[in-house]
Design a protein around this ligand. Structure first.
Ligand code: FMN
Length: 444
């Protein structure tokens, strides 16, 4: 079933395997896409995937997450993007641009900025984002954020992309509004599941009215937020935290299914179903906890706030043999971790779904399609083997040097060139690993 053509909205894909969003530091400092970025994307198009969903293009001119990721917050970004998209589509591969606003999850910045703290409500968030506190957005700032999405979607269309995907997960701004632990507002933008949904609703309406009924519009949504990291799982069991448990739980599939139904009414063409809150998180990136790389990230950002400084100091202080089992709690690999939720959304909303999380072997993908998913998307397995789909075509069921789901690539994405940092995959040869990373990061 992998190699069947499939249509989403009015767009037909040559097969049912998509490259899921993968971001790296490949753009200019101002967020303009470069030849390195285009060449990276081309590798997957030439490797046989039916379509590519871009990394998150920032809609906000101030919040870029992280530096050297792309943005679409001004019309000057359209032309270079169009050149790249034309080249990718020339390979027979469809291209969808994902747009998003990190809000208070902004991971790094040239200098600390107040804008990087903006969120649904005031609060302290120890892990994601560098800002010491989250700050509640005013109604005016919310309206501006909605307009930023609307205009970004129009630019995506102008750039010749086949569609636009709105990211409502990853602990980014929309997710900060959807999540009851993060959104403690009592006004029109919070307080009940419907009011928490309002930001996403207004964005979808604005985007749809701007791009027209025929244009492909999807939403990337977390079916369930869970406790977004294992330490909260732990806290959840401590009785005195019980009255605060809403902080730790987030939405469950019962609520997000209602959101799915409403998104269908609003004219969304597909749902890209994932799980968990924040990036990376064990429900979205099944695999191991990349302790060394997380330390690297925390040390590289510690100058940005006192929270970031304390976060780094604590991580440096605790020996690895203690930190590893504690932070590694709850992290494990599971193939197709969101599959059951994706199927539930398929059945419950009737919308086409993309399932994501932990795919690499052909039989697992075939089974997901067989059971009713429309597409399977992959990120880490394709970073390891960009031409995986072509390998399947040649009769292989799995790559020769498979991704181990170590999550080093995820934690390195903000600090290092994007690539596979799992030495074991290169039989211990640093030179081979270096070569592959650099090959993914050249402008040729
Ligand atoms: C290096 C890296 C960068 C990523 N960047 C993004 C991103 O910009 N936007 C996004 O929505 N997801 C991003 N993701 C998440 C992936 O799209 C995907 O959901 C996740 O890795 C789980 O899928 P997988 O098991 O196939 O890797 C990124 C993942 C990796 C490994």
């Amino acid at each position: 079933m992998i190699f069947e053509e499939r249509t989403l909205g009015n767009v037909t894909f040559r097969n049912r395997i998509l490259r899921s969003s993968v971001g790296g530091r490949m753009c200019a400092y101002d967020g303009t896409v470069t030849d390195v970025w285009r060449n990276f994307e081309l590798k997957f198009a030439r490797g046989g995937v039916g379509g590519i969903i871009s990394t998150t293009f920032s809609t906000n001119p101030r919040r870029q997450s992280p530096l050297e990721y792309p943005t679409i917050s001004d019309k000057k970004y359209v032309r270079p993007l169009k050149v790249a998209i034309d080249a990718i589509k020339g390979e027979g591969c469809r291209y969808i641009v994902q747009i998003g606003d990190p809000g208070a999850a902004t991971q790094l910045s040239l200098f600390p900025e107040r804008e990087d703290e903006l969120s649904s409500s005031n609060g302290f968030e120890p892990l994601y984002g560098y800002g010491s506190f989250r700050r509640e957005m005013s109604a005016q700032q919310i309206s501006k954020a909605i307009f930023d999405f609307e205009i970004a979607a129009a630019r995506v269309q102008d750039a010749g992309a086949d569609g636009v995907e709105i990211t409502a997960e990853k602990g980014y701004l929309i997710h900060q509004f959807l999540n009851p632990g993060m959104n403690r507002r009592k006004d029109d933008w919070g307080g009940s599941p419907e009011r928490r949904f309002r930001l996403l609703e207004e964005i979808v309406k604005a985007v749809r009215s701007r791009v027209g009924r025929e244009y492909l519009v999807g939403v990337r949504i977390a079916a369930a937020d869970f406790n977004y990291l294992p330490y909260l799982n732990f806290a959840f069991r401590v009785p005195w935290v019980w009255p605060l448990r809403h902080h730790f739980l987030g939405n469950s599939v019962e609520t997000t299914m209602r959101y799915g139904l409403r998104l269908k009414e609003l004219g969304v063409d597909y749902l890209h179903v994932v799980n968990g809150y924040g990036f990376p998180n064990p429900k979205g990136n099944p695999g191991s906890f990349p302790l060394e790389e997380v330390k690297l990230f925390c040390n590289a950002t510690r100058h940005l706030s006192w929270k970031a400084a304390i976060r780094a100091a604590l991580l440096n202080l605790v020996p690895n043999w203690i930190a590893r089992p504690i932070f590694g709690l709850g992290w494990s690999y599971k193939e197709g971790i969101s599959l059951n939720d994706a199927l539930q959304f398929r059945a419950g909303t009737g919308l086409p779904v993309i399932t994501n999380g932990g795919y690499q072997m052909r039989p697992g993908m075939e089974a997901a399609l067989q059971r009713g998913c429309d597409f399977v998307s992959m990120a880490r397995a394709l970073i390891a083997t960009p031409d995986l789909v072509d390998r399947f075509k040649q009769g292989l069921d799995k790559p020769e040097a498979p991704c181990t789901f170590c999550n080093r690539c995820c934690a390195r994405t903000a600090t290092s060139p994007l690539g596979c940092y799992e030495l074991a995959r290169f039989k211990g040869s640093e030179e081979d690993m270096y070569r592959q990373i650099m090959e993914l990061n050249t402008p040729r």
